[in-house]
Design a protein around this ligand. Structure first.
Ligand SMILES: *Cc1c(COP(=O)(O)O)cnc(C)c1O
Length: 435
């Protein structure tokens, strides 16, 4: 059975259930698997391309869930979590995008949030403790979590967001689910929201009566399932491309770390490139060998606006004894907002393809490298639907994208939210009375 230890150095081991329910290790580090499985050699035999996404996901995740109380639930969990497609769209012979936005909130975060929700529901149904998940969000994470955990038995969700600082569309996504999902707006910034949530986690009085958990992106339960779409992509291209290269628009580095993990357990990927925006601490690290987190800089690809990416600790842990693998395998570069707009225009005029600003950074990143001679297939991860970033698309090509049906639907639903001042006593009172 795989156990999880902390990247901050404590030697304690945790099973998957504790790691998922706790989120962070007690010493503040991130959970990391104590061993990695290797898929059998014949896994990618000629029959691989005939497997369904559910079959692939179950095979890839089985070793990580083996020995836990949810082991026998895995087929059920993957069919609930990954019930939408992840198509590879070929733009030219050697360039493709992997569309990861066909889930309910139109962003790739649905993969992680839906899997974690389904897994947690199984865990909590066995330990019979009602769990309250609190997340502070600047937008996208909150909507994926609200949607993923909606209606899950034994779990309540409290989404905390800054008033007037998420887009109108995002606010609708946060405030319309209802049921077990409560949206709380704070008269403050995202950092204020995060502070309130952290204080609630540390509040011993509250913790005595409420069983808190977090669902933020560093949770290992959100990270492991992100491996699966790299396998889905390979399944679609393996007959023409042996070692496809992947370009990952990167912020907190969870997505790219999942790609590295997929490769470690046997997926034959070629080079992996991190496309950073102006928040380029990872690209700078790859260039100089020195990691210097910075203040967060706002950009058009705002889901990647992360000055101090948490998952860097996991990347370091994975390659600490083999730095040459990281050097050879991973490249990185930083893309400006102007390049991002130009990339959206270029993809639209050259390939008649509408990319969101995050995917566009991936395309722009490619132009920073010399073209290779063998012309290997390059797959850019398309992490969100362009309609979620209509204002940037408008700037780039002069018109807004059409809003897909499932997003338009949520615009017509009634909103429900609780408004609080930026004050811990008021927040604690609300939690006490509500849960
Ligand atoms: C979260 C997010 C990213 C960044 O992913 P990380 O795992 O944080 O590197 C990129 N694009 C979109 C649309 C996102 O929501």
């Amino acid at each position: 059975m795989i156990r999880y230890y902390s990247t901050s150095g404590s030697k304690d081991l945790f099973n998957l259930e504790d790691a998922v329910l706790q989120g962070l290790a007690p010493d503040g580090g991130l959970f990391f698997p104590d061993s990695l499985p290797l898929l059998p050699k014949n896994f990618f035999d000629s029959s691989y391309h005939t497997l369904s996404n559910e079959e692939i996901a179950a095979a890839v995740l089985a070793p990580f869930i083996k020995g836990t109380s949810a082991e026998s639930d895995l087929p059920d969990i993957v069919s609930t979590a990954f019930n939408f497609p992840a198509p590879v769209v070929m733009l030219s012979e050697h360039l493709a995008v992997l569309e990861l936005f066909h889930g309910p909130t139109l962003a790739f975060k649905d993969f992680g949030a839906r899997f974690m929700a389904a897994l947690m529901e199984k865990f909590t149904s066995r330990n019979n403790k009602e769990t309250v998940i609190i997340v502070a969000t600047s937008g996208d994470t909150g909507s994926a979590v609200a949607s993923g955990f909606f209606n899950k038995q034994g779990i309540k969700v409290c989404i905390v967001f800054p008033r007037n600082k998420v887009s109108a569309l995002q606010e609708k996504q946060l405030t319309t689910p209802g049921g077990n999902v409560t949206a709380v707006e704070i008269d403050g910034t995202f950092d204020d929201c995060q502070r309130l949530v952290k204080q609630a986690f540390r509040d011993t009085q509250l913790n005595g009566t409420i069983n808190f958990s977090s669902a933020n992106s560093i949770n290992i339960g959100r990270l492991l399932p992100q491996m699966v779409y790299y396998f889905f992509a390979y399944n679609q291209v393996m007959q023409t491309a042996q070692h496809p290269e992947i370009i990952v628009p990167s912020g907190n580095l969870g997505n790219i770390f999942a790609g590295m993990l997929a490769r470690e357990i046997g997926l034959p990927l070629g080079k992996i490139t991190a496309a950073n925006n102006a928040n380029a601490s990872f690209a700078e690290f790859l260039r100089t060998g020195v990691f210097t987190p910075g203040e967060t800089i706002p950009t058009y690809s705002n889901a990647m606006d992360v000055g101090n990416p948490s998952n860097f600790a996991r990347i370091q842990e994975m390659y600490k004894n083999k730095p040459e693998v990281l050097r050879q395998l991973v490249a990185g570069t930083s893309v400006t907002d102007e390049e991002t707009l130009a990339a959206i225009r270029d993809l639209f005029s050259t390939y008649n393809y509408l990319a969101d600003p995050h995917c566009a950074t991936g395309y722009a990143a490619l132009s920073h490298f010399r073209p290779d001679e063998q012309m290997v297939l390059k797959i850019i991860l398309h992490t969100a639907h362009p309609a979620k970033f209509g204002d940037v698309i408008q700037k780039a090509i002069g018109k807004e994208p059409e809003i897909p049906e499932r997003l338009a639907h949520c615009l017509s639903l009634p909103s429900n939210k609780i408004s609080l001042t930026n004050n811990y006593a008021a927040f604690a009172d609300f939690l006490k009375n509500h849960y």
